[in-house]
Design a protein. Sequence first.
Length: 337
Amino acid sequence: MKVVVLMGGSSDEREVSLASGSQVARALREGGHEVVAFDTSAGLLSRAEEERLLHSGVAALPPSKASLDLLESGDTTALTREPGVGEAEVFFLALHGGSGEDGTLQAMLDVVGKPYTGSGMVGCALAMDKDLTKRLLRDAGIVTPDWLTGLADPAEVADRLGLPVIVKAARGGSSLRLVLAHDMQELEAATEDAKSFEDVVLYERYVSGREFTVGILGDEALPVGEIIPEHELFDYECKYQPGLAQEIFPADLPVEVARRLRRIALDVHRVLRLRDFSRVDFILDEGGEAWCLEANALPGMTANSLVPKAAKAAGISFPELCERIAGLALARRRTAL
């Protein structure tokens, strides 16, 4: 099939997206498919540029706001008229954060009638907004830590949620703008810093325990993985710098516990109207309660990302995983015709 891999963009997860997209493009070519790589902020990528991205990795810190401000979000309707792009059978979305993951790009592709991988506009919007996610999970009877939304008085936060408490952006990804405030001084500082988020602030009760993640492929939950970060939280640096986190697939868990996490993850996937693939994150506390933290509509897709590692544990190679995800989008298009 002819696939255009969309990557890059102008969100603060740009580097993560470029790493995902370049590896997806290579994997699909290994499967014999015709592939075009397209940065939604910079245009068509040459094979030399792709090769450079394959070896550049992700920096310890996200791109600066000044550097991102120099980029322009591409006109998705215009990119479909680019030579070699408009004829694509499938758009493979390797974008993270911003308009590439919040449903904006998905809506634009729906308008021009182009099939694409991953969740649609509604699913992306629901998963991207952590406040909406948690409201839907709560209504569905899925356990999630208590939270407050919007800048609040630190004393009220501590009184209602206790300390320590998580402070984060409601629509952020890759653990950006994520702080664990241990005491009132740290909470006051985190609240002050949150004024610069340009996003809704979410305070969340901290749950201590082991961290697990479950990938979804199609309508099936993949093997459970355990994340053991070197830092107190699985932050941006731990996610993307080698040696700062252990990611164990399959996780060392009793069969019945792993089965329960997979079942809940599939329930979350469905409640949030996600499709094709996603990733759901949990904390398992000392009492055995599974607390759902969030879902990712477009999780990382490098060969070393969590969903590809889960797929590998299920016997699915990275090229096969990419091909299956693209195939799900293509099958959806054929069904619609």
